[in-house]
Structures are given as structure tokens and as C-alpha cells.
Design a protein around this ligand. Structure first.
Ligand SMILES: Nc1ncnc2c1ncn2[C@@H]1O[C@H](COP(=O)(O)OP(=O)(O)OP(=O)(O)O)[C@@H](O)[C@H]1O
Ligand SMILES: [Mg+2]
Length: 511
């Protein structure tokens, strides 16, 4: 088989196509090592839960194979897999105490036992676990989640964090080889979440089993995992250690998702030189002259100095003290640069910024559609790209939902009777080139942009226009536009694909 000995789970060409034809996971290939803490990280809807459900056996792949210890388990029912899951919405039994919640599954369990028959021959019978065995296992599970003192307590009397621990104890009491955790901390507040992250890591070490963890929170992924799998649209973008993914993201999508970063549309302006923020910057990568590239700069790599001394000058427009250092936003032209620095500086101070060439990460850009990260939804339910508001259709975020009749930033799931308030939600947006058109009638609404390039491709022009905030819109049109021409950008709202950074659940209206 050629698989290394210590691979516990191997997903090979796994694809999940739902009945409605939607492909949630596509050609997913991943080997997970025994004892590893692996995190699937990605925005809402990228297929994390679907992947986990296939490993657990709740969903069967449409194509591909899942191996466990080298054995094909693709179609094995969940209860026959040495795998347990902690769900985001763990349902504890409210009428049972902590002990009985954890012991519940064990009391139902039958295990094979060799028994001597009347004729003296041994045979295998399925028997219940003994009370002592159940006691031993529950005690160990409660000890691992640090709840042994509270075993007689009612579920209703526990805090959110304590309930979460019971849910974990309930999953590990079966002594699984693999524990799947689907956003288990999302119900907790920020401080509790940090505490539980540390504890989960400790539990992982104590148990010595494989953890497969799902989150859209990059900090969580960085602090807990041995390996991070960054996902987008059902596919793997990058697999690596937290350090390698943070330091060497393979594309701007990963860079944006992992940690704070400044990402710019840049153009290669010379040998080992790129142009962005209206300035030229030395870098260490050599790309073809004129190529459009993505540039990523981590805030901690920006060096601030007196005006005129660095590469570009700018103005500090915001300053937040972060305990160890300050986090600044420097306005450079109409763009922003995020920086971190130990020196206290006031808002309104003029500064210059420079970056060492090796800290300017230049990445090849494959442009197949218009793509905007770091967008948000405004109070009117529009998509905000920079300062520009575009009409969009929020109901694409949830199949079968409709807009609220009173508030255009709220979508309603009528079947489940739930509402989601999306004002200020962070999203990314994408739309095909043919969703975009340009007009030279500047009285029309829409982002204003300058045509940078106009290329004849086969039977039409592909035209790129850039706004003052350096957002690029690409359109395909039969018409030619002159380079340097000012246009208004129109985007067909129906063709805008939206993706939430966080799960939809985070926006549920609870009133
Ligand atoms: N039973 C189903 N039928 C059709 N589409 C589905 C089904 N289950 C999930 N999907 C779709 O598959 C995509 C991936 O869903 P999945 O739940 O795996 O995402 P996720 O990464 O876990 O997102 P979140 O962070 O919001 O939990 C979504 O677009 C979802 O609407
Ligand atoms: Mg999910």
C-alpha cells in the first residue's frame, strides 16, 4: 500500500456530492498520523463538517476511499468505527447527572467476551460491561476533563464550559482511537475559549489519541494543532505545521486566513522588485516583469520610522495597545498598512514604513474570477468592498432563506424559524468576469475605477480597472476601453458569491 506505518486515517480522492448536486468536498487527499492534532481550518461552508462526517461515517463519500489503519472503512457504519465525535451543538441529557451522561453510552454497549459453553468449548458472546468497568472508564474520562468532583451534579447547574467538558468526557469514555471535534468551543465566550484551548491540548497529550479538530478560528488552529489543513470551497489549499503555514502561505487566501496580514495587488516592476502602495519595493523573488502578483506583509515585519526615511510615508489613523506592543493602522494614500511596534505613537503622527526584502512575500496570482477578501455586509444588506457598497443577494448564504421584510441585512430560515443578522458580518466575495461591466457614465452608482489593462482574448476584451483603494475589478466585454480611462463598475448582484468568515450560527438572532 505504500502508506507509512503511522498513518491512522487516509482520505483518498474523497468527494462528497449532495443529492441536489452540490459538491461540498472535492478530491480531498490527506494522511493523518497517529496521535496527531490536526485542524481543518476554513470559512463557513468550505466543507469542514462534511469532511468530519465522512470520517465519522455519518456521510458516505460519493467518490474516493477512507482508510483507517490501512483498512477501507468508507462505507462502515459509524458505530463500528473506533471514532467519536464532539459536536458543536452537543446535546447532553438534562435529566441525568454528570456521571450518568458520561456512562450512558457504556451502559448500552456490548463487548465480545470469550465464554465456556456447557460442552467445554469456548465461544464469543456479546455481553454488557461490568459495573466496575463502567465505573473505571467514567472515572478516567471525568479525570481527564477535570470534572471528577462534579460527577453528581445536574447538567442544568453547570456552566457552558463545564457542559462542554461533559460532552468531551462522553466522547472519550468509549476510548476511541480518533476523536473528532467540530467547533466544540464556539458556544463559549472568548476568555473561556482560550482556557479550554489549553485544556484540550493537555487532554490530547494525556490521551495520546488522534484529534481531528474543526474551526474557522485561525488563532485556535495555530495555538493547538500539530498540523493545519486550510480549506476553501471543499478543497485543500495548504497542509503544514502552524509555523510553515504562517510563514510560508502558498497563496494570498491562506495568508489572509492565517494571522493578520497586509495583502496587496502588486505588479512586478523589475528584477526582484514589486510595485504596490504606489511605491517600489525590493523583494527576494524573481517573477516575470509586468506580472500581477499578490504581496503579503505581516504587521510585525513593518518597520516604522520618521517620514521620508522609509519606502512610503503615511499617517497613523488608529492605535491599539495589545499588551506587548501597539497595533497601528497607517493610511498610505487611500490604502492601509497594518503594523506592530513597541514604540508608542499618537494617532495623527506622520511616519514612514519599510520592510526587509525577505519579509515581502510575493505570490503568483491565478486569476480566474474577481475575488475580494476582507469585505463586510453593511446595515442595508449591501456588500462593502473597501468604501464601495455593492448590491448583493444575502440569501445565497443559506439555501432556502429569504430576506427579512423589515431589515434587508437579516435573512430568515422559515423552516427552522431562525433569523440571522448579518450587518457588519465579515465576508469574502467572488464573481465571474462576466458579472462585471464598466460604464463611462460617471453619474451612475458603483465603485469608480481607472482602467489599467485591456487585453484582447480570442473574441472579447478582458479589462482590469483599479479603484483608488487598489481593489481590482476584471470584466469581459466586447467593447474596448482606453488605459487610464475612468469608469464606474457595475456588478450583477445575482452573480455575487458570498462566504462568511465565521459560521452562520454566530449571527443568529436570539431574542
Ligand atoms: N445535506 C446537504 N445537502 C446539500 N448541501 C449540503 C448538505 N450539507 C451541507 N451542504 C453544503 O455543503 C457546504 C459545506 O458544508 P459544511 O457544513 O461542510 O461546511 P463547514 O465548513 O462545516 O461550514 P461552517 O463553518 O458554517 O460549519 C455548504 O455549502 C452546505 O450548504
Ligand atoms: Mg461546520
Amino acid at each position: 500500500m505504500g502508506k507509512s506505518e503511522d498513518t491512522i486515517i487516509s482520505l483518498q480522492h474523497v468527494t462528497k456530492r449532495f443529492k441536489d448536486g452540490f459538491v461540498a468536498v472535492e478530491d480531498f487527499n490527506l494522511d493523518i498520523k497517529r496521535g496527531e492534532f490536526v485542524t481543518l481550518l476554513g470559512p463557513s461552508g468550505c466543507g469542514k463538517t462534511t469532511t468530519l462526517r465522512m470520517i465519522a461515517g455519518f456521510d458516505i463519500p460519493s467518490e474516493g476511499t477512507i482508510l483507517l489503519n490501512g483498512r477501507d472503512i468508507t462505507k462502515l457504519p459509524p458505530y463500528k468505527r473506533p471514532v467519536n465525535t464532539v459536536f458543536q451543538h452537543y446535546a447532553l441529557f438534562p435529566n441525568l447527572d454528570v456521571y450518568d451522561n458520561v456512562a450512558f453510552g457504556l451502559k448500552m454497549k456490548r463487548v465480545p467476551k470469550e465464554v465456556k459453553g456447557w460442552n467445554g468449548k469456548t465461544k464469543t458472546k456479546m455481553v454488557r460491561l461490568s459495573a466496575e468497568e463502567i465505573d473505571r472508564r467514567v472515572a478516567r474520562a471525568l479525570e481527564i476533563v477535570d470534572m471528577e468532583e462534579l460527577e453528581d451534579r445536574n447538567i442544568a447547574s453547570l456552566s457552558g464550559g463545564q457542559q462542554q467538558r461533559v460532552a468531551i468526557a462522553r466522547a472519550i469514555v468509549n476510548e476511541p482511537e480518533v476523536l473528532l471535534l467540530d467547533e466544540p468551543l464556539s458556544a463559549l465566550d472568548h476568555k473561556k475559549r482560550l482556557d479550554m484551548q489549553l485544556e484540550l491540548k493537555e487532554m490530547h497529550e494525556k490521551l495520546g489519541i488522534t484529534f481531528i479538530y474543526v474551526t474557522h478560528d485561525q488563532e485556535e488552529a495555530l495555538s493547538m494543532s500539530n498540523t493545519i489543513v486550510v480549506m476553501k470551497d471543499g478543497a485543500i489549499m495548504q497542509v503544514g505545521t502552524p509555523e510553515s503555514i504562517y510563514n510560508e502561505p502558498v497563496n494570498a487566501y491562506v495568508a489572509d486566513f492565517i494571522g493578520e496580514s497586509n495583502i496587496y495587488n502588486a505588479i512586478v516592476s523589475g528584477s526582484k522588485e514589486v510595485r504596490f502602495l504606489a511605491a517600489k519595493w525590493a523583494c527576494v523573488d524573481d517573477f516575470p516583469l509586468g506580472e500581477k502578483v499578490d504581496v503579503v506583509i505581516r504587521p510585525e515585519d513593518v518597520v516604522l520610522d520618521e517620514p521620508g526615511k522609509g519606502n512610503v510615508d503615511g499617517l497613523i489613523v488608529s492605535s491599539v495597545f495589545k499588551g506587548e506592543d501597539y497595533c497601528y493602522v497607517v493610511k498610505v494614500g487611500r490604502s492601509e498598512l497594518e503594523c506592530r511596534d513597541h514604540v508608542a505613537r499618537a494617532v495623527g503622527t506622520k511616519v514612514s514604513a519599510r520592510v526587509l526584502p525577505e519579509n515581502i512575500q510575493v505570490m503568483h496570482k491565478e486569476i480566474t474570477e474577481n475575488e475580494f477578501r476582507d469585505c463586510s455586509i453593511d446595515r442595508d444588506g449591501n456588500l462593502l468592498i473597501g468604501d464601495d457598497a455593492l448590491k448583493c443577494d444575502l440569501t445565497v448564504l443559506l439555501k432556502g432563506s429569504v430576506l427579512d421584510s423589515d431589515d434587508p441585512s437579516i435573512i430568515v430560515d422559515q423552516k427552522a424559524n431562525k433569523k440571522y443578522a448579518l450587518a457588519d458580518a465579515e465576508v469574502s466575495a467572488a464573481f465571474d468576469f462576466d458579472a462585471v461591466s464598466f460604464t463611462d457614465d460617471l453619474s451612475e452608482e458603483g465603485p469608480e475605477a481607472t482602467v489599467l489593462t485591456s487585453v484582447w482574448v480570442g473574441d472579447h476584451y478582458q479589462i482590469l480597472a483599479r479603484t483608488a483603494e487598489e481593489d481590482d475589478y476584471i470584466a469581459v466585454t466586447p467593447y474596448q476601453y482606453a488605459e487610464g480611462e475612468i469608469v464606474k463598475v457595475k456588478v450583477d448582484p445575482k452573480k455575487i458569491k458570498l462566504r462568511l468568515r465565521k459560521g452562520l450560527d454566530e449571527y443568529e438572532c436570539r431574542d
